[in-house]
Ligand binder design. Structure first.
Ligand code: OGA
Ligand code: NI
Length: 372
């Protein structure tokens, strides 16, 4: 299928004035069938609520392909001889890319594969069964919906999301998970939280702190697991799987299948993150950028839509203390000095989070609002 930008521009220019967006968004939400519901219905033209503004579509035409590659770090020997070398690699990646992939991280391949399969199965359930999970109620630990920001974003994204979060209450009971992916999710969460602890130790060392520092301030304590499902899209050039954003977390560990589509903004261009069998993507979130006083970078990323799919990915956002013991975070004292004063004020993860998720998913991360 070829893209006709001029046509798309006309459509979207019209849309700004000529249609009741709120009404169409509501109608889509009311189906509770998500983007997959549209694809299953056999649509050929994507609904206009998903079409990006004309200026974005035009800008896309000048973006380049690149041969850059996000660094890959082998964690083999992290508890032995290779620690120092690994810490150096983590530091370099966290300072420049804000992203890296890890291999030999200790999570068995079958745990990763079963998680992806479980999420596919959930999305492929009969829509009537899925609807029971469809909600925008933030107080629910387990919720399914399409586009958390559907009612205030400029453009809807081509994806559906099952969220499993400890933020509403830390007493997250696996019995609340959908049965088709319950065992897989339980096993994956157990493993990924353990890996997070290792990564926070490495990041502490990379900041020149003692290994336990980021664990002691609770960085891996609470999490939000977003199980993302990106159905194939009949007009992928007109929309996105996920609009460009940085993550509202300390750290995100992302499991993805082999389809690809995640891109990182590096050196003024979008760089694809090539899937690696058994690998996991790790990125620095806004909170770690703040507490490291800008030493580590929380970098913008997005997901392109594709004819190929569905694509499944599972980012896990590590949020620090939040629901149980809300805690203030700010630049780490050991990392600031008279010559290097704090750049940010202290904030609560919950405060940041509510700001972030009540505004449009775009470049305006609340990070800038916390600058002193
Ligand atoms: C996210 C995200 C990337 C992906 O949900 O924050 O960046 O590959 N997802 O799904
Ligand atoms: Ni993200």
């Amino acid at each position: 299928m070829t893209m006709d930008i001029s046509d798309a521009s006309r459509t979207t220019t019209q849309t700004v004035t000529d249609y009741d967006r709120a009404k169409e968004v509501q109608a889509f939400d009311d189906t509770k069938a998500g983007v997959k519901g549209l694809v299953d219905a056999g649509i050929v033209n994507i609904p206009r609520i998903f079409i990006r503004p004309p200026e974005e579509l035009v800008e896309e035409l000048t973006s380049h392909q690149t041969n850059f590659q996000v660094p890959v770090i082998d964690l083999d020997g992290v508890r032995g001889n290779n620690l120092e070398e690994i810490v150096d690699q983590v530091r370099a990646a966290a300072e420049t890319w804000g992203f890296f992939q890890v291999v030999n991280h200790g999570i068995p391949l079958n745990v990763l594969e079963e998680m992806i399969e479980g999420i596919s199965k959930f999305n492929e359930l009969d829509v009537e069964l899925k609807k029971e999970f469809y909600t925008r109620d933030q107080t629910r630990n387990v919720r399914f919906n399409s586009n958390f920001d559907l009612h205030y974003s400029r453009t809807a994204n081509w994806r559906d999301t099952l969220t499993i979060s400890t933020l509403a209450s830390t007493n997250l009971d696996p019995n609340e998970y959908p049965e088709v992916c319950r065992d897989a999710a339980r096993e994956y969460i157990k493993n990924v939280t353990k890996l997070a602890e290792t990564l926070f130790e490495l990041l502490s060392l990379a900041l020149g702190l003692k290994a336990e520092h980021l664990l002691e301030i609770g960085c891996p304590k609470e999490y939000i697991l977003l199980c993302q499902y990106y159905p194939p899209c009949p007009q992928p050039d007109l929309t996105l799987g996920a609009t460009g954003h940085s993550d509202p977390s300390f750290l995100t560990i992302l499991l993805q299948d082999q389809i690809g589509g995640l891109q990182v903004f590096h050196d003024n261009q979008w760089v694809g993150v090539q899937p690696i069998v058994g690998g996991l993507v790790v990125n620095i979130g806004d909170f770690l950028q703040i507490i490291s006083n800008d030493k580590f970078k929380s970098v913008k990323h997005r997901v392109v839509a594709s004819h190929v799919g569905p694509r499944v990915s599972v980012p896990c956002f590590f949020m620090g203390h939040n629901a149980e013991i809300p805690k203030s975070y700010g630049p780490i004292k050991e990392l600031t000095s008279a010559e290097n004063p704090p750049i940010y004020r202290d904030f609560r993860a919950s405060e940041y989070f509510s700001k972030r998720f009540s505004t449009v998913l775009d470049d305006n991360s609340p990070l800038h609002q916390l600058k002193l």
